[in-house]
Design a protein around this ligand. Sequence first.
Ligand code: FAD
Ligand code: MG
Length: 600
Amino acid sequence: MGIRRVKTIVALCAVALLVALVAYRVAKRPARSEVEYWDWLSMGTLAELQTRDHSIAKAEAQIMKDAFTEVEDALSVFRDGSDLSRLVADGTIRVSSTSHLARVLGFALKVADESGGAFDPTVAPLMKAWGFRGGTISAPPSATTISNILANSVGWQRVEVAYGGDGRTVFASGGTRLDLGGIAKGYAIDLAYERLKDFGGENFLINLGGNIRVSGTNGRGSGGWTVAIRDPFGVTGNWQHLPRQLRSGEAVATSGSYERFIEIGGKRYSHIIDPRTGMPVDNELASVTVIAPTAMESDAYSTTLFVLGEEDGRRFIDGKDGCEAVFVGKNPLGTDALRRVEALCALGPRNAMTPGAKTAAKWIADELAAMGLEPEIDDFDEPATDGSARIFRNVLATIKGTGSGRVLLLSHYDTKSGISDDFVGANDGGSSTGLLLALAKHLVASPVSPSVTFAFLDGEECVRSYGEHDGLHGSRHLARKLRDEGVALDAVILLDMVGDRDLTLTLPRNGDARLKGLFLLAAADVGRRQSVRLLPYEMTDDHQPFIDAGYKAIDIIDFEYGSLPELNDYWHTPSDTPDKLSAESLQAVGDIVLKMIDGR
Ligand code: FAD
Ligand code: MG
């Protein structure tokens, strides 16, 4: 059930419940707008009609319902008498070449062939072995079980197709079982679509568990229909609009692992299985959405691309007329952050008061400008004890909120001097800078209520030992400046060392109690509460000057960055390189920060 209109989600869920209570009978909800909504249960999921053809709406819903029932009767593996079940039981079946089975199985075999078996309707024995067809399993099937199934029962080439004369097709199952769950809903949508068009339907959207096809327009100006897809791991909203409206006649479908899955021993397994390996798909993708000229194509291709992964998937879909794909990765924010950390580290060391720091400041400002922001590089000079001038640069940018209030997010970007010529501080200075940039990019697209100011601070690292003239230069300068200007801030959130693959979030004692509470709630929300430790001691870090200036501040830091849990032996060593970081960790901290900002 990947795709539905944002506005109707709550109402749809309520109606789904109601409909279940009245034994799946077609139910009508009063029209709230120009678009009329009808929904009911079909094929184990929610069927929905949105229509602007008011005079024939009821008839349209009935036509659609009948088409779905017809397809279910022919193609359900859950029904003993269906053509598909008879083919499996008898090993062969003779049907009209225009029958539902001939059309869908014929196309399924074609896609199987084109995708090299990434899509394969003979996946059924694997579905069963992985516990997706009734019964419970307490452990994943053994490697031997899987290789036996692959050797003896899986492979679209086993299915024989012959022309039986008289416009009939003969299928022989080749001793395997078949499953059309990845394609038949799309076909049912196309059947309903054609019948509605024949009946005189003009402006409607039909949806079966996220397989959607539209006709005409939704009447909101620009033509076509606006459709939102689920953002599986988003925290600021569960829906994302498709990059463009659907044009009349087009279809869309989403395949993903986040709604249908099985849990065995605490681990989730996707209901989409790679027939080439026998394993549930576990790649870099959270979901794939495909726009296509028909719903059977979008349904089959979204499943195919989810198996193929983004790289092979793009190659596959590029050859298909009228088709477009949207790939959503598992950790979009974290992946973006990691890419930026790598780019920053590639610039070389960024020790304060060196040309490296100046290059880094300009790079950060360029990245912010590329997002459409107006960054400011605040150069300031702090005389050394011998009176010589020392130039530091803070980089600042603000994203205006949709409501009131203001939050300040901090990271230092300088590296510690005196470690080695190639010390790049991937976690220390790099991770928080990459994540803040990724958060800026995210908030430009989806702003939250408060305005958010990003400050990339210079001169955090001390040269000898922390003191009034050594270390925390950027934060002392900014805190003083904001206080002197009387700028009000709801919260100051410092990120430091937040990308370690083995993420432990240690909160130093010096920090605002309410922000710590918000942090703990947010960490629990994203499933990371277990990796948080409240430290019994204070830490000298960039949040302290803000506390001293009277602001509410918190330091989110992973001060266990090492080769073993609880060790910190990568910190301030040449081992602090990007390979020690992960997109998952950066995503988790990013999600926590977004939740904190929302609930401040
Ligand atoms: P998609 O990505 O479109 O398809 C995933 C599905 O395709 C899997 O669930 C599996 O069925 C199949 N599949 C998995 N891997 C592959 C692969 N590599 N190649 C090809 N296919 C693959 N569900 C119920 O709970 N109760 C019912 O009574 C019921 N009846 C149904 C009747 C029909 C005619 C159909 C088409 C589906 C029915 N379903 C029912 C739902 C079905 O079991 C699947 O869960 C559903 O089709 C998955 O669709 P999707 O859009 O979520 O995912
Ligand atoms: Mg599909």
